[in-house]
Design a protein around this ligand. Structure first.
Ligand SMILES: *Cc1c(COP(=O)(O)O)cnc(C)c1O
Length: 352
């Protein structure tokens, strides 16, 4: 068809499957295994439906203010979106317009190249070293911007703040985005560097550490000017991105810091225990500081383990892609879920 010549063609990002089977163990999309803060449930139960007649606050001011207070920044430095995927997508559109290639690691979050292609932003990938670490010297080449997750996905590897700062320092003429989707599980946030660098944008999400993937809340913090440019683009795209319940429930989640800290501490403790057990079973992995492990077995191919787990209704993530096709990404669930996974693997590995 003639009209097809003018279609914006994209190869979409493929998210992890969302099976819903009774008794399944879902460890494939890095969700939190615990419920959101109790105040969130209370507020959700009493939601005033009459308020839904009206458009929500287009700047999500109450949530922006709650986040600003929590992170000790000005409200003008905070931008919220429908999940951090929305925030990241807007940031690509706003900041990566030089025509020069943007840089990000290979291996990394597989949405970056999708947005780059969607917005026709050229990009170049920089290979991780043999221990899955970013090589900061790779980010010295001319570029139109830099983005990387810290900890990285799907490896879980955390870079120290010195490495993050080295990359920012080398790239003062472009925007550097640090995607901190997993930073609450033991990482050190680049928020500390905001006072020194006006070209830094730190992106975080409520989907993992705050147990609210279903509500879709993400945010970023940066220099006021950066946030203003981002808002201008968002308001040119869709004024009312974040719905009213999400705004209100998000504020409630931020308020309960005790619950947040206790939940992330529990996940970290489970992660460290599972690391030991996985080692005993013949798995190796980089030292994850996220809510997942990226494991490879000494003798059994990852694809086979993936299929066997799936048949047992245990879902993990597997990519048949260069460099990572012999690894599985396993989300840290509850202790009970991880015990069931370990019991299955003990039995399975024994048969080989
Ligand atoms: C999960 C994830 C996101 C996006 O999560 P949202 O649910 O859209 O907030 C962004 N970056 C990385 C690296 C992730 O793993």
């Amino acid at each position: 068809m003639k009209w097809e010549e003018n279609v914006r063609r994209v190869v979409p990002y493929v998210a992890g499957e969302q099976p819903n089977r009774p008794g399944m163990i879902k460890l494939n999309t890095n969700e939190c295994p615990y419920p959101p803060a109790p105040g969130v449930a209370r507020l959700a139960a009493g939601l005033d439906c009459d308020a839904l007649r009206l458009y929500p606050d287009s700047s999500a001011a109450p949530l922006v203010e709650a986040l600003a207070a929590y992170y000790h920044v000005k409200p003008e430095q905070v931008f919220v979106g429908v999940g951090s995927d929305d925030v990241l997508s807007m940031a690509f559109l706003t900041f990566f317009n030089s025509g020069k290639p943007i840089l990000f690691p290979d291996v990394t979050y597989s949405f970056y190249d999708v947005w780059a292609d969607l917005y026709r932003i050229p990009y170049r990938v920089c290979a991780l070293d043999e221990n899955w670490h970013i090589r900061p010297e790779d980010y010295r080449q001319p570029n139109g911007g830099v983005i990387f997750p810290n900890p990285n996905a799907p490896t879980g590897v955390l870079e120290g703040l010195e490495t993050v700062e080295e990359i920012i320092r080398q790239n003062r003429d472009v925007v550097v985005i640090v995607d901190e989707a997993y930073v609450d599980f033991g990482g050190e946030s680049a928020l500390k560097l905001l006072e020194k660098y006006d070209n830094l944008l730190v992106v975080q999400t409520f989907s993992k550490s705050r147990a609210m993937a279903g509500l879709r809340i993400g945010f970023c913090i940066g220099n006021e000017k950066l946030i203003k440019y981002l808002s201008d683009v968002k308001f040119s795209f869709n004024s009312y991105t974040m719905n009213l319940p999400a705004q209100r429930l998000g504020v409630e989640a931020v308020r309960d810091d005790g619950y947040f800290k206790a939940t992330t501490a529990k996940i970290i403790a489970t992660r460290e225990r599972v690391k030991e057990e996985m080692r005993k079973l013949g798995f190796s992995f980089p030292d994850s500081k996220a809510n997942f492990l990226f494991v490879t077995h000494a003798s059994i191919p990852a694809g086979e383990i993936f299929q066997a787990l799936r048949q047992a209704d245990i879902y993990v993530r597997y990519w048949d892609r260069p460099r990572i096709s012999n690894s599985l990404r396993i989300t840290v669930g509850t202790d009970g879920e991880m015990d069931a996974l370990l019991a299955f693997l003990r039995d399975y590995v024994d048969k080989f």
